[in-house]
Write a protein that binds this ligand. Structure first.
Ligand code: GDP
Ligand code: MN
Length: 400
C-alpha cells in the first residue's frame, strides 16, 4: 500500500524525523487559507502516487497569496502521468543548501534490511546507481541488532555527508529505519533529504543548533512510503491511509465484500477457485490471444450468493465482452458450483439476448454431474468446456 507524500511525512514526524509543517487540501480556497496559515513562502505540492511531480509541474513555490492561488488552481485537477491530482499539500518552503538521498528497504537477495544513502539527492536514484554507483552507499543491517547510531554515522561519512551534518544525517537514518521497521513498511525513502543553510543566529556558534554545531539542519523534503498491506492489522491507525479516492471502484467494492479481485486492462472476465488456478487462467487466456479484464479468486465458495456476487463484480466492468469460469473441483464439488451458478443466473440473467456469453470449465470432483446440470438448465449463451485450453480458446472467440 503506497502512501501519498503527506501521509508518509506524518509517519516520519511520528518517529522524530524533521519535516515542514503543512496542510493537505482539496480546493483552491482551502489551499489559499492553508498557505496563509503556514506562512510564506510556501510550496504547493500535487499528492499523487507517482514520482517526478516536480518535473511535471506539480511542485511549485509561492511567495504570496496570489501565487499560491494560481499554483493551486493549476495543480488541482492536473494529470500527472495518468494520475489526477485531487489533493495538494501546502507546506512552509525550506531553504536548501544541498540535497541528499536516503532509503530503507528489504534486500531480498541478501535477506537483510538495507539502508541506502547518497549525497546526490533530488535526482532519480536509479540514475545515480547507474552513472555513479560509487556515490550510493548500500549498507546491510543486522535485523536482530537494528541500526545503531554509530553504524549510521559510518554510513553518513562513507557517503560523503558534510562533516557538520554527519550526526544530523545519522539521526535521520536511524529514524527512517525505525519508520520502516515499526510501521511495517516495505519501502521508506526520502528524496531529497535536505541540508538547510545555517540559520543566522547559529552561523557562528559552534555548539548551538538542534541537530549540528553549524545550525544547518537535516530535513525530509519528500516522502515515499509503502506499507505492507498484510501487516496493516497491526496498525489500526494506518488503516485510513489508503488512497481510496483513486482506487478502482470495483476493486474497492470487492475489498468491502472480502473478494480477491484485481482490475486488469482486457475484455475477458475471469473467475476461478484458488489464486494459483486464476493466475494460470490469465496466462492461458493470454496465450490463446485474449486479454483478461480482471483477476477474481472465488476461493472455496460454491453457494449461489457468492457466485452471484462474483458475477456482479465481473460485469460491473463494462469493458467485459465474455466471461470464463474456471473451476477445479476438490473439496468444492463441481456439481455444487453448477447449482450455485444456475441459481445465480436465474437471479441476475447476465447472459442471453444482448448479454454476455459465459464459458464454464468444470474439472475434478463431480465434474461430469456438474456439466450435466448445466446442460439440463440450458442457460442461454453459457458454454461448457472440459479443459482449460478449450475454454480459453472458446472465450477468446466469443469476445472477438
Ligand atoms: P518529486 O519531484 O515528485 O520527487 O517531488 P519533491 O517533493 O522531491 O520536489 C521536487 C523538487 O522540488 C525538490 O527536489 C526540490 O528541489 C524542490 N522543492 C520541493 N520543496 C521545496 C522547498 O520547500 N523549497 C525549495 N527551495 N525547493 C523545494
Ligand atoms: Mn522527490
Amino acid at each position: 500500500m503506497d502512501l501519498l507524500e503527506y501521509q508518509g511525512k506524518q509517519l516520519f514526524a511520528r518517529h522524530g524525523l524533521e519535516v515542514s509543517p503543512g496542510k493537505a487540501v482539496t480546493t483552491v480556497e482551502d489551499a489559499v487559507a492553508a498557505a496563509n496559515e503556514v506562512g510564506y513562502p510556501v510550496v504547493v505540492k500535487a499528492q499523487v502516487l507517482i514520482g517526478g511531480r516536480g518535473k511535471a509541474g506539480g511542485v511549485k513555490l509561492a511567495a504570496g497569496e496570489n501565487e499560491a492561488r494560481e499554483h493551486a488552481q493549476k495543480i488541482l485537477g492536473m494529470d500527472i502521468k495518468g494520475h489526477t491530482v485531487r489533493t495538494v499539500w501546502i507546506e512552509h518552503a525550506s531553504d536548501i543548501a544541498t540535497e541528499y538521498y536516503a532509503s530503507v528497504l528489504l534486500d531480498r537477495s541478501a535477506k537483510q534490511p538495507m539502508v541506502m544513502f547518497s549525497v546526490e539527492g533530488g535526482v532519480e536514484i536509479e540514475q545515480v546507481a547507474e552513472q555513479s554507483p560509487e556515490k550510493l552507499v548500500r549498507h546491510h543491517v543486522d535485523a536482530l541488532q537494528g541500526l545503531s547510531r554509530e553504524e549510521a554515522i559510518g554510513i553518513a561519512r562513507e557517503g560523503g555527508a558534510d562533516e557538520d551534518v554527519v550526526e544530523g544525517v545519522a539521526d535521520a537514518l536511524v529514524a527512517l529505519y525505525e519508520v520502516w521497521l515499526q510501521e511495517d513498511a516495505t519501502l521508506a525513502e526520502i528524496n531529497p533529504l535536505i541540508v538547510t543553510p545555517p540559520s543566522p543566529d547559529h552561523g557562528t556558534t559552534p555548539s548551538g543548533g538542534g541537530q549540528g554545531g553549524s545550525g544547518r539542519r537535516v530535513k525530509a523534503l519528500d516522502a515515499k512510503v509503502s506499507l505492507d498491506g498484510n501487516a496493516l492489522y497491526r496498525h489500526p491507525e494506518n488503516q485510513g491511509l489508503s488512497d481510496s479516492e483513486n482506487e478502482d471502484p470495483i476493486e474497492r467494492k470487492a475489498k468491502e465484500q472480502g473478494v480477491q479481485y484485481v482490475a486488469l486492462d482486457g475484455d475477458i472476465g475471469i473467475l476461478g477457485n484458488g489464486a494459483g488456478l486464476v493466475m494460470s487462467t490469465l496466462d492461458v487466456v493470454a496465450q490463446a490471444g485474449g486479454a483478461p479484464a480482471n483477476f477474481l479468486d472465488a476461493g472455496g465458495g460454491s453457494d449461489a450468493g457468492k457466485i452471484k456476487q462474483a458475477v456482479e463484480l465481473i460485469l460491473a466492468n463494462d469493458k467485459v465482452k465474455a466471461v470464463l469460469f474456471n473451476i477445479f473441483g476438490g473439496i468444492t464439488r463441481c456439481d455444487e458450483v453448477a447449482k450455485g451458478l444456475i441459481a445465480a443466473f436465474g437471479d441476475i440473467k447476465p447472459s442471453g439476448a444482448g448479454g454476455i456469453p459465459f464459458v464454464v470449465r468444470l474439472d475434478g470432483t463431480n465434474d461430469v454431474q456438474g456439466r450435466e446440470l448445466l446442460q439440463e438448465a440450458a442457460l442461454p449463451d453459457v458454454h461448457t468446456a472440459r479443459t482449460m485450453n478449450e475454454a480459453a480458446e472458446k472465450v477468446v472467440e466469443l469476445a472477438a
